[in-house]
Design a protein around this ligand. Structure first.
Ligand SMILES: [Zn+2]
Length: 321
């Protein structure tokens, strides 16, 4: 009698223990399952959109932007080469399909459709994160530094959001400034001048416009367009802030709202370019790009929706010029 009672207790305890282990195991695996589902959804959205000029197997390194800008601004041209570069910090590539459905309300759509040009533009899937997967942290400091210097962090040494770059490596802004091209860089996030590119700020402080808010950054850019500055760079930051607060996801309403607000600001800047008195004598390269995507509230790993991003330009992109 006593023995069978003990056996029953043992069986019950075993069942409870096994259930607990299973529950904890499933709990631990839940994020993995969630990520697998989210990454499949991301890939499907990209693949089915039909709006990108390349695919997930032929991603363009973000560092390629440096050469695109340099070749346009310093190459042969019968007109005056001009540049409008708009950065949307932390915008995922899978926000583009819905942006395209908004047509001309989307600045990305207008740029990829070749605004301010005779021909068509391009929308490219790009990658951040270093020459080899995992080499470079997918965050703001390394991302924009790679885009503007044309090399990865193994060369520029910006491994975080606070690390200064090597003095021997220059951003395209600084190269243009030193080539006597009037250049302005406007931004909301102060680390561009206080940390990452502080060496260039000390050497050329007039090039740096700290807007403090995105509205301030936008106003600096608009002024630069209207006063004839030839190379205008600006990085809007509220998009990244919304992702961290409300989630980096196309279904995250506040994140999408921040994206659409940045799009509206970009459209005003593009309209200001088109309205320039001297527009017919100018050759404008317009680029909209980002520095990383996000997953959940963060961009802290090699996940596909963090390291696979995009840029749009109003000319055809070719990796080899
Ligand atoms: Zn960022």
């Amino acid at each position: 009698m006593q023995t069978s009672k003990t056996k029953r207790r043992l069986i019950v305890l075993t069942v409870i223990a096994a259930s607990l282990i299973l529950a904890v195991g499933l709990g631990l695996l839940a994020p993995t399952f969630a990520y697998i589902g989210a990454s499949q959804e991301f890939k499907r959205s990209i693949n089915e959109s039909g709006i990108f000029n390349n695919d997930l197997d032929t991603l363009v390194p973000i560092a390629a932007l440096h050469n695109v800008i340099r070749d346009h601004m310093l190459g042969e041209n019968q007109k005056t080469p001009m540049l409008l570069f708009i950065g949307y910090d932390g915008i995922r590539a899978d926000l583009m399909p819905n942006a395209f459905k908004r047509g001309n309300a989307s600045a990305v759509y207008r740029v990829a459709s070749g605004v301010a040009q005779e021909g068509s533009g391009s929308l490219m899937l790009t990658r951040v994160g270093g020459a080899n997967r995992g080499d470079e942290h997918p965050s703001t400091g390394p991302g924009w530094t790679s885009a503007f210097t044309g090399v990865w962090n193994d060369v520029h040494r910006v491994n975080s959001n606070t690390a200064p770059k090597c003095h021997t490596v220059s951003t395209i802004m600084y190269i243009l400034h030193n080539a006597n091209v009037s250049t302005s860089l406007s931004f909301t996030w102060p680390n561009f001048k206080t940390r990452l590119w502080n060496d260039e700020f000390i050497s050329a402080p007039s090039m740096f416009n700290h807007g403090v808010t995105d509205e301030g950054t936008f106003n600096y850019m608009l002024t630069a367009i209207n006063n004839g500055t030839r190379a205008i760079f600006g990085i809007l930051d509220d998009t990244d802030g919304a992702g961290h607060a409300w989630g980096f996801h196309p279904g995250s309403r506040r994140y999408v709202d921040a994206f659409e607000y940045a799009e509206a600001q970009a459209n005003k800047l593009i309209d200001a370019v088109l309205a320039r008195d001297n527009f017919v004598n100018e050759d404008w390269l317009v680029i909209i790009a980002t520095d990383h995507g996000g997953f959940g509230l963060l961009h802290d790993s090699e996940r596909i929706m963090i390291t696979t991003v995009f840029f749009a330009m109003n000319k055809m992109f070719s990796l080899c010029g």
